[in-house]
Each structure stands twice: as structure tokens, then as C-alpha cells.
Ligand binder design. Structure first.
Ligand code: NAP
Ligand code: GDD
Length: 345
């Protein structure tokens, strides 16, 4: 049975990757960081008490800012594969906490690579790199496109990416980097623009909200469906030779187009509800990200299975169903979370 360590397990991609690897028969050791409230919502459906015999899914406390916790985990588990998905992953927030973002995203990746090197384990390594690294370079972007990062997050990811390449070249580590374009799902964090929109639609439809404040509507992103993207991560680590791959759909849409389609799906006109709030603009923006994923198609045989239109539909319908069921369970509770300040970033 293959063993995998997954960092960032409590996030969107972590939860889908763990589902995918469990279905392939892996034993999973997932890293979670200490939090004062429960942070395993996306994993709870997979978790069996570790006292149960036969469980293949274990959660461990560790943190990318704490190298000793990473070394201990590697020693204890001796994994075949390590997937590094942990990050302070919000681009706008990275302008507000740049040092912390760099510590987790850049130095955190180095800590994990160094822990692998020093323990001498022969495991395979996946790095969650990002299309944000391309920043202002013209679309479409492929593995050979010049990087021009436009945020502290993107700069930190660029270090994570290049240090992964460096450890592969210096120490012959089987280390691959997936340069993934935006991918979304009903499990997407609620402050990323797609989920912010679909969540707001459900609240508007059910009378809990009447305004949605957003920033730059002209930015264009190559939006795909997260479960397709975790499959690509695994495919990269099954190759004999480690390498870097761009993963995306090859189709870009603006935030405005996302609004059009999502509101229309709920029979609403977004012009009645959406207002621009300059607070959501970024000091520097990545205007147009569009993947040229031909290498992944050719070498890995990877291709996306969900279209942009279907992605929007899946997300709107999931939020409508979720908010409806929560409403049935306790409207007052839901109202207080919708109205609390600071959730709308
Ligand atoms: P996400 O939902 O924001 O999840 C991030 C994960 O990292 C969470 O589990 C979070 O834990 C964990 N984390 C944050 N700081 C940590 C620390 N100091 N130590 C350990 N864990 C920490 O992100 P995602 O969308 O799943 O993305 C997964 C990875 O792919 C990230 O590295 C992201 O930057 C990258 N990426 C994402 C996309 C995309 O479109 N989704 C595209 C390209 C690259 P908590 O739950 O406790 O916060
Ligand atoms: N979050 C947010 N909130 N974004 C907004 C808003 C808003 O109210 N209004 C407009 N936008 C625009 C942003 O300016 C950006 O151009 C676009 O919507 C997408 O923003 P996000 O959904 O926050 O994603 P991102 O593209 O900045 O970053 C995501 O994708 C990267 C890969 O390209 C994150 O998942 C990163 O972790 C990931 O690396």
C-alpha cells in the first residue's frame, strides 16, 4: 500500500486529493495546523476514528512554519509521495500579510524539501505552483513563458517553484511542480471571487442579502473544476521523470462573464445587486491568465472534464441547496454569519 503525506489537507484541493488517493488505495497522512475552532469541515466525511481498525486516513498536527514538525512527520510516516498544497493562498490578503505569506508559501516549501533531503527519504514530491506566477505576461501561458509575479503571494510561489526545480536538479529529488490555473468547486473558500458570487446568489435568492460588493470585474481567469486538477497532481507523480506542467482548460472568462452566467442560472439580473467596492481592487493585478496545457495533454494524457458553463451551474446549485438546508436548520444562525463584518473579502 502506498503512503502519501498531504499538506493543506483541510483546504479545497487537499480534500479532493485525499478522496482521490483513498479511492486509489493509498494510506493518507494529512497535515493540519492547530486552530482554535474546527477546521476539518471539508474532511469530516472521510474521517474514521483512528481507533477503528482498517482506517487508512490519519490527521497529524504540523505547520509549514515549523520545520521540526515536518521532519518528525516524514520520519514517522516514511511516505512514498508528498503533496505540498499548504499555503496562505489568498492573493489580496498577501498584500496585507506579506511576510507571513512568504514564510508559509516560500520558506515553508523550502523547509519541507530540506526535511526530505535531510531524512534521506526516496519519496516523490509535488509542489502546488500557481498561474499567478505569470502575473502580467501575455496569454496564453505555458511552461516556457516568462514569469512576472504581481503580488507577494505570487512572488512567494515563484520561490517555491524555483526551489523545487533546484532540489530536483541539485539532489535528484523526484520533485514535480504543477503550475495550476484557477480551479473552483462547491468547496472553494468563500472569499475567492467565484464562490463569493455563488454564495451571494443563494443568499439573495433566499432573502438573506441584497447587495454584493466586488472589485475588478474585467480580470480574466482560466477557471476549471478542482477534482480534475487533483487528478493531474497524482498523474505528475506517476511519471518516471519529474517535470513541471501547466494545468488549465485553455479558455478564459472575465469576472463579469461569471456574474452574468451565475446570476442568470438563478433567474436573477446581477445589475440589480452588484456594486463595485474599491477595497477589493489589488495594488497590482494579473489581468489575463489563460493556460496552454498542451504539454500536460501530450505527456500525461490529462484533460479537463467540466466546462465553464457546467462549473458555474454546479457551484450555483450547490450553494442554493446548502443555504436552503441551513435555513431549514436555523435561520437566525445563518443570518448572523451572513451579516458579520469582514467575511466579504
Ligand atoms: P486553500 O483552500 O486556501 O487551502 C490552503 C490549505 O493550506 C488549508 O488546508 C490551510 O489550512 C493550509 N495552511 C495554511 N497555512 C498553513 C501553514 N502555516 N501550515 C500548514 N498548513 C497551512 O487552497 P486551495 O485552493 O486548496 O489550493 C491548494 C494549493 O494550491 C495552495 O498552495 C494554493 O496556493 C495552490 N493553488 C491553488 C489554485 C486554485 O485555483 N485553487 C491554483 C493554483 C495554485 P487551514 O484550513 O487551517 O486554513
Ligand atoms: N477574491 C476576490 N474578491 N476577487 C475579486 C473580487 C472580490 O470581491 N472582485 C473581483 N475580483 C477579481 C480579482 O481581482 C482577481 O482578478 C479575480 O477576481 C480572481 O480572484 P480570486 O478568486 O481571489 O483568485 P486569484 O486569481 O486571485 O487567485 C486564485 O487563483 C490562483 C491561481 O491563478 C487563488 O486560488 C490562488 O491561490 C491561486 O494561486
Amino acid at each position: 500500500m502506498k503512503k502519501a503525506i498531504v499538506t493543506g489537507s483541510t483546504g479545497q484541493d487537499g480534500s479532493y486529493l485525499i478522496e482521490f488517493l483513498l479511492a486509489k488505495g493509498y494510506e493518507i497522512h494529512a497535515l493540519k495546523r492547530r486552530s482554535s475552532s474546527f477546521n476539518t469541515d471539508r474532511l469530516d466525511h472521510l474521517y474514521k476514528d483512528f481507533h477503528d481498525s482498517g482506517t487508512r486516513f490519519f490527521l497529524h498536527y504540523a505547520d509549514l512554519t515549523d520545520g521540526s514538525s515536518l521532519t518528525r512527520l516524514l520520519y514517522d510516516v516514511r511516505p512514498d509521495e508528498v503533496y505540498n498544497l499548504a499555503a496562505q493562498s489568498h492573493v489580496k490578503v498577501s498584500f496585507e500579510i506579506p511576510e507571513y505569506t512568504a514564510d508559509v508559501v516560500a520558506t515553508g516549501t523550502l523547509r519541507l524539501l530540506e526535511a526530505i533531503r535531510l531524512t534521506g527519504l526516496k519519496c516523490r514530491f509535488y509542489q502546488a505552483s500557481s498561474s499567478e506566477m505569470f502575473g502580467s505576461t501575455s496569454p496564453p501561458q505555458s511552461e516556457t513563458t516568462v514569469f512576472h509575479p504581481r503580488s507577494p503571494y505570487a512572488c512567494a510561489k515563484l520561490f517555491g517553484h524555483t526551489i523545487t526545480v533546484n532540489y530536483r536538479e541539485s539532489y535528484r529529488l523526484h520533485a514535480s511542480s504543477g503550475i495550476l490555473f484557477n480551479h473552483e468547486s462547491p468547496r472553494r473558500g468563500e472569499t475567492f471571487v467565484t464562490r463569493k458570487i455563488t454564495r451571494a446568489i443563494a443568499h439573495i435568492k433566499l432573502g438573506l442579502q441584497n447587495k454584493l460588493y466586488i472589485g475588478n470585474m474585467e480580470a480574466r481567469r482560466d477557471w476549471g473544476y478542482a477534482p480534475d486538477y487533483v487528478r493531474a497532481m497524482w498523474m505528475m507523480l506517476q511519471q518516471d521523470v519529474p517535470d513541471d506542467y501547466v494545468i488549465g482548460t485553455g479558455e478564459a472568462h472575465s469576472v463579469r462573464e461569471f456574474l452574468d452566467l451565475a446570476f442568470a442560472h438563478a433567474n436573477l439580473d446581477w445589475h440589480e445587486f452588484v456594486e463595485i467596492d474599491p477595497r477589493y481592487f489589488r495594488p497590482a493585478e494579473a489581468d489575463h491568465l489563460l493556460a496552454d496545457a498542451s504539454k500536460a495533454r501530450r505527456v500525461l494524457g490529462w484533460q479537463p472534464s467540466v466546462t465553464f458553463k457546467d462549473l458555474v451551474r454546479i457551484m450555483v446549485e450547490a450553494d442554493l441547496a446548502d443555504v436552503e438546508s441551513k435555513l431549514r436548520g436555523g435561520e437566525a444562525l445563518l443570518r448572523s454569519t451572513v451579516e458579520s463584518p469582514g467575511r466579504n473579502s
